[in-house]
Design a protein around this ligand. Structure first.
Ligand code: SF4
Ligand code: SF4
Length: 462
């Protein structure tokens, strides 16, 4: 795309800054179209405007003021799943993830006359409120778990589902994904979970927002496996949501606030402990955390080893610990010789979440981890290069495209004839499990680390 001539002094105008950033990055695209067949939204709609190349052309035009920012433009941006399959194959390394986030930020803060004339460009205030006042507040998220448990155990859920009360609303889609809350876990997390046996290191654990309500099983399994291998796990209470939902919906202020809070929480912990890594169990969070812009500024200052006369002030600066997906950490972890895994003579299909595959580029570690289970047959799910359609809140907003993508996954799972589907992202797990339940298929959707914990004998997973 041709670079656009925009004023160079944009320091006082955030919208102008965004337009400049979009224009600069879009100018790297040579419109070769190599990304187009890899784009899931294009494969469903077959419209160039729903392809990466088409979206870049639209963004570039809007940034230059040649195309109006209207509801139609917002729709084509909204139909993007932010799966970044396009970025993974682009020979020119166009940073599409950055582009689409910038485009959404531009849409979420349009000039007044655009807002007046284009109601479709507005971002729902209710959605913004939920993202800021619920998802970004860990204590409120924790309070949901006992409420959901009551909803399920009281018979209310069964009645709601049978009565069809929710119709075909977004609430019905959300309700269909509520996982079974099997135990009333205490609403607070311990600050530390000590290693069992020979100590091999200290790590931090990132809880996430959805996972701390809907995927406590995976978090508990992670604690169990790490502790059994000899790692002490620290869980700072000041951590919060990673900010991915906020960032991908254009709420940059909220995303930056959450980033600051997480960096402070883990930097404060690291200062006293020298963490080996910060573990994530949901690749959607891991992808967001790995791209924190303030992260490189977090330098660790540690005392130099005592050599010669000490002044007490010698320090060295080192890089901060890495945010690592649990499978990647466990691939390089020590202590496996001290644990025994029970055989599992079944086929395990592996789903590769887009964030694990296209952003973290860490899919291989999930296979490596599962292959530790004796007699397990670990096989990739067909069509792993395509998004499942969950994509944060995409399944609520773009129901038709999301349903078409989910159907492809269910078809692949039917053909795969396995007992288990292993996936490393809670959003994908909930979405695919809903599809399987609705199709009447009894395939268990499980995180790789949970399967490992089960085969290691974790009692509560039996
Ligand atoms: S592959 Fe890269 S350069 Fe080619 S059209 Fe897609 S974004 Fe542009
Ligand atoms: S991020 Fe995914 S959905 Fe969006 S343009 Fe790229 S390939 Fe298509």
């Amino acid at each position: 795309m041709k670079p656009v001539d925009l004023p160079s002094d944009f320091s006082s105008d955030p919208l102008l800054r965004l337009r400049r950033e979009i224009s600069d990055e879009a100018s790297q695209c040579v419109a070769c179209g190599l990304c187009v067949p890899h784009c899931p939204s294009y494969r469903v709609t077959l419209s160039e405007a729903d392809s990466p190349r088409g979206r870049i052309a639209l963004m570039s035009g809007v940034a230059a003021g040649c195309i109006p920012m209207n509801a139609r433009f917002a729709l084509h941006m909204d139909r993007c799943l932010t799966c970044r399959a396009c970025e993974a194959v682009c020979p020119n390394h166009v940073r599409f993830g950055q582009l689409i986030d910038d485009a959404r930020e531009m849409i979420s803060s349009p000039p007044l006359e655009v807002r007046r004339n284009n109601p479709g460009v507005r971002v729902s205030r209710f959605r913004k409120w939920v993202e800021r006042e619920l998802i970004a507040q860990p204590s409120r998220i924790d309070a949901l778990r006992p409420l959901l448990r009551f909803y399920q155990r009281s018979g209310l859920q069964e009645w709601v589902r049978k009565s069809g009360l929710l119709g075909k609303t977004k609430l019905a889609l959300l309700e269909a994904q509520v996982p079974f809350i099997d135990k009333p876990r205490s609403s607070s997390w311990s600050p530390v979970y000590p290693a069992v046996g020979k100590p091999r290191g200290e790590v931090g654990l990132f809880l996430g927002c959805v996972a701390r309500v809907a995927d406590v099983t995976t978090l508990d399994a992670t604690l169990f496996v790490l502790n059994q291998l000899g790692y002490t796990v620290h869980v700072p209470s000041a951590q919060t949501c990673c900010g991915a939902l906020h960032r991908h919906r254009g709420d940059a202020d909220a995303a930056e606030q959450l980033e600051r809070q997480n960096v402070q929480a883990f930097a404060g912990l690291d200062a006293g402990l020298d963490l080996g890594a910060i573990i994530t169990t949901a690749s959607g969070c891991g992808a967001q955390l790995s791209e924190y812009s303030s992260f490189p500024d977090w330098q660790r200052t540690t005392r130099a080893p005592a050599v010669g006369p000490q002044t007490g002030s010698e320090t060295t600066k080192r890089s901060p610990p890495k945010f690592l997906d649990i499978s990647e950490f466990l691939a390089g972890a020590e202590g496996w010789e001290d644990v025994r895994l029970q055989p599992l003579p079944y086929k395990i299909l592996v789903h590769e979440p887009c964030t694990l595959r296209n952003v973290l580029r860490a899919s291989a570690y999930a296979y490596k981890l599962l292959e530790r289970i004796p007699q397990a047959q670990v096989v990739p799910l067909a069509g792993n290069d395509q998004c499942c359609g969950a994509a944060g809140t995409y399944f609520l907003d773009q129901t038709e495209i999301s349903a078409a993508l989910l159907e492809d996954k269910v078809t692949a799972l039917k053909a795969g004839q396995a007992c288990y589907l292993a996936t490393s992202n809670v959003g994908c797990a909930l979405h695919i499990a809903t599809g399987l339940r609705q199709a009447g298929l009894g395939i268990e959707v499980i995180h790789p680390v949970t399967l490992i914990a089960r085969q290691m004998g974790m009692q509560s997973l039996k």
